[in-house]
Design a protein around this ligand. Structure first.
Ligand SMILES: C[S@@+](CC[C@H](N)C(=O)[O-])C[C@H]1O[C@@H](n2cnc3c(N)ncnc32)[C@H](O)[C@@H]1O
Length: 422
């Protein structure tokens, strides 16, 4: 038995205990050092195991429930879930089952269950892989499925769930020539200018990473700055900027950008990204509501439910229950009003959120237009390469969904609109 396998699996189980038991998010746990004691290879493996288990949780539970008379304690359940997902996705039964038994044996509180774990997983190894293929695509939890069905209909939501289950490829934004980036790395060249790689391995070892010729950014997330269309010499304010993908795009255009974020920890990522790419931005760690001045253009990438990023973050629907979203929606409206007060007359503001909920997108724009006389939506700003006119909404925003471009590997859910101050 490999100790390295046990370490990675034990850490994956710890991550699941925290997400499913404590409602914590994986990036938060990993950022706080949950995997720091592992070697880089095991760290990547633990993260992959936890992510894949969360993505396939519904299927794993359906398979396990047939072999369990009653639910074991959370940690044992999570050991069984990780092992079931591994067994059903081609993991070698001997190693997976032995490591799972070893994991429960090591803990005094669960050691008495090693016989149960062994027996259940042997059954799963025998019949699970065939059952797995026949089970339905995992559904979103009810608290999220319901509003999405209301907004988009059941078929669209089923297509989104299929996109969530499929996961996300690696998307890159070029600092300079997109064609040259595509020629050097291969992959797909998406109609909106993103280079997409199917299986990239370790990002930091890809050509051009150290030179800062590109950065990782989902195709959908690269569009708000394209809609803003920054020009050389313009004074642009990037509000809620960390970790900085959009700051880099604005800086690469030659505009003079100031980036604001109230998280010092997340702002450290902006500094790192600026250093690696050799791009420049003035960085302010502070609250959006305390900013002053007059700007040619503003990007407000407001804090939101992040429900558009579930392909990449399958922990989100399991860790959250929607109870925080009302406060976020109110905060977005207050931030929008303040951001507009910082815009010079005739200036433009792009409002965006990585959310699938219309309350955090279409409705915000409808409401802000009512609150501010003379404010208009600039529909022309959406005339960009690769934008399907069907994605443009009634009020003049751009609604992106994970089920769009299904044949190309999907995209994150996003909403954006370009507002013009009268
Ligand atoms: C969606 S993320 C921004 C992503 C970023 N624009 C990018 O492209 O990489 C939202 C950010 O808002 C920041 N934030 C939340 N409330 C804030 C506030 N009151 N003032 C400033 N930043 C805030 C969070 O720290 C978080 O980094």
């Amino acid at each position: 038995m490999s100790q390295s396998g046990v370490y990675a699996r034990r850490s994956a189980v710890y991550l699941l205990d925290q997400v499913l038991g404590e409602g914590r998010l994986l990036p938060e746990l990993i950022g706080a050092g949950a995997l720091e004691q592992l070697q880089p290879e095991d760290r990547a493996r633990a993260q992959r195991l936890a992510t894949e288990t969360l993505r396939g949780l519904e299927r794993a539970d359906r398979i396990l429930q047939k072999h369990l008379k009653k639910n074991p304690p959370m940690t044992v359940r999570n050991v069984l879930r990780v092992a079931t997902v591994e067994l059903c996705s081609g993991g070698a039964a001997h190693g997976v089952v032995n490591d799972a038994v070893e994991l429960v044996s090591r803990n005094k509180g669960t050691a008495s269950m090693k016989g149960l774990v062994n027996a259940v997983l042997r059954k799963v190894a025998a019949t699970g892989p065939e059952e797995w293929k026949k089970l339905r695509v995992p559904h979103l939890p009810k608290w999220l499925r319901k509003p999405l069905v209301q907004a988009y209909g059941p078929e669209a939501v089923a297509a989104m769930e299929a996109a969530h289950f499929a996961g996300a490829p690696l998307d890159l934004t070029a600092k300079g020539d997109r064609g040259a980036l595509h020629r050097s790395l291969g992959g797909d060249f998406l109609p909106t200018g993103t280079v997409r790689l199917e299986s990239a391995g370790q990002v930091s070892t890809l050509p051009g990473f150290k030179r800062g010729s590109w950065w990782v950014q989902d195709a959908a997330a690269s569009l708000p700055v394209q809609v803003l269309a920054p020009k050389e010499g313009e004074k642009i304010l990037d509000l809620c900027a960390a970790p900085g993908g959009k700051t880099l795009q604005i800086a690469a255009s030659g505009a003079e950008v100031t980036s604001v974020d109230d998280s010092e920890l997340r702002m450290a990522r902006v500094y790192e990204n600026l250093k690696r790419t050799g791009l420049k931005s003035e960085c302010i760690v502070g609250d959006v509501m305390e900013q002053t001045g007059e700007w040619d253009a503003i990007l407000l990438d407001a804090p939101c439910s992040a429900t558009g990023t579930i392909r990449r973050h399958p922990d989100l629907p399991h860790a959250k229950d929607g109870s925080e979203f009302g406060a976020l929606i109110e905060l977005q409206a207050v931030m929008l009003d303040h951001a507009l007060s910082l815009l010079k007359p005739g200036g433009r503001l792009v409002f965006c959120t990585c959310s699938l909920l219309p309350d955090e997108g279409e409705c915000q724009v409808e409401d802000v237009l009512e609150r501010h006389e003379g404010l208009t939506v600039d529909r022309d700003a959406l005339n960009l390469d690769g934008i399907d006119p069907a994605w443009i909404t009634e009020e003049g925003g751009l609604r992106l969904r994970p089920d769009y471009w299904a044949d190309k590997g999907g995209m994150d859910g996003f909403y954006m609109a370009c507002l013009r101050k009268g």
